[in-house]
Design a protein around this ligand. Structure first.
Ligand code: HEM
Length: 253
């Protein structure tokens, strides 16, 4: 082998080596990916999905109050929910669209929450020497554990009133009968009232943290949002609680 072909082979080898060791050219991440990967992005997703879930919770609570007008009113309201959008939409299509939208909102809300908790723990593997203020710790705990409990409650609630598998006396198409039969059982009331207390706390703390996320810095505005959040928490949780309490006390039967 001649000297020149030897050095040519050496050069080729070097070039190949250089190419292999060159740091990979990073393709810019799409804007949506960058948004989701950022902490503020996840918090915004939590705020928007939370607002959507709250809107549903409020509308559902108002609808439930039809119970006080009797079986016919509540049951025909439940039937009407399935006819929304007709004749453009078929029977119950609106309900299915709503289910899909709510499920997407719930998945986004929970995923962002879990990822933010993990990120928070990774950023601070050693606990604070000076503990967080007791009030902040309580709020964080109720948001995390309360959120998980609420997700479990919703699954149980759907099995109770929509599917009917955990309801002792389920009659399809007769929500009035189903809820009166259900709330005659003391421990069912206990589950509902505990879940509603969690829901109230979740809304109350959720509003305060959404205000911080969305950059509300003025003390006056922050106070106004907190008052609105607390009012919403009382109205939604209290409004729902009226139904089991009315059945328990015999006002609705
Ligand atoms: C005392 C409180 C509550 C009562 C009496 C109640 C009543 C009902 C009833 C009767 C149904 C079946 C409706 C139908 O088939 O047309 C239902 C479904 C449902 N409820 Fe509740 N509910 C309560 C609290 C809650 C809470 C706190 C949440 C969540 C925050 C919730 C979420 C849902 C969902 C997601 C469905 C399924 C809707 C569907 O089928 O698409 N409910 N509820």
């Amino acid at each position: 082998m001649s000297l020149t072909s030897g050095s040519a082979a050496l050069t080729v080898g070097r070039v190949v080596n250089d190419l292999a060791n060159r740091p990979a050219v990073r393709r810019p991440r799409p804007a949506l990916r960058r948004f989701w990967d950022s902490t503020i992005g996840k918090k915004i997703v939590m705020a928007i999905s939370g607002a959507l879930l709250l809107a549903f919770a409020f509308a559902h609570m108002v609808g439930n109050l039809k119970t006080f007008f009797g079986a016919e009113d509540l049951n025909s309201y439940a039937h009407w929910l399935r006819t929304i959008g007709e004749p453009v939409l078929h029977y119950a299509w609106f309900l299915w669209i709503q289910r899909v939208v709510l499920l997407i909102a719930l998945v986004l809300h929970v995923t962002a929450a879990v990822q933010l908790v993990r990120r928070d723990r990774r950023a601070r593997p050693v606990r604070y020497v000076h503990r967080r203020p007791v009030r902040a710790t309580f709020a964080v705990r109720t948001m995390r554990w309360g959120g998980a409990t609420l997700a479990l409650f919703v699954v149980w609630h759907i099995l109770d009133f929509t599917v009917g598998t955990v309801n002792r006396d389920f009659v399809a198409g007769d929500p009035y009968h189903n809820l009166v039969a259900d709330f005659r059982v003391w421990w069912v009331n206990l589950i509902y009232l505990a879940a509603l207390a969690m829901l109230g706390l979740h809304i109350h703390h959720g509003f305060a943290s959404a205000a911080r996320t969305l950059g509300v810095t003025s003390a006056r505005r922050e106070r106004a949002i907190k008052i609105f959040g607390s009012g919403m928490a009382v109205v939604v949780a209290g409004g729902y609680a009226l139904v089991p309490v009315a059945v328990m006390t015999g006002l609705v039967h």
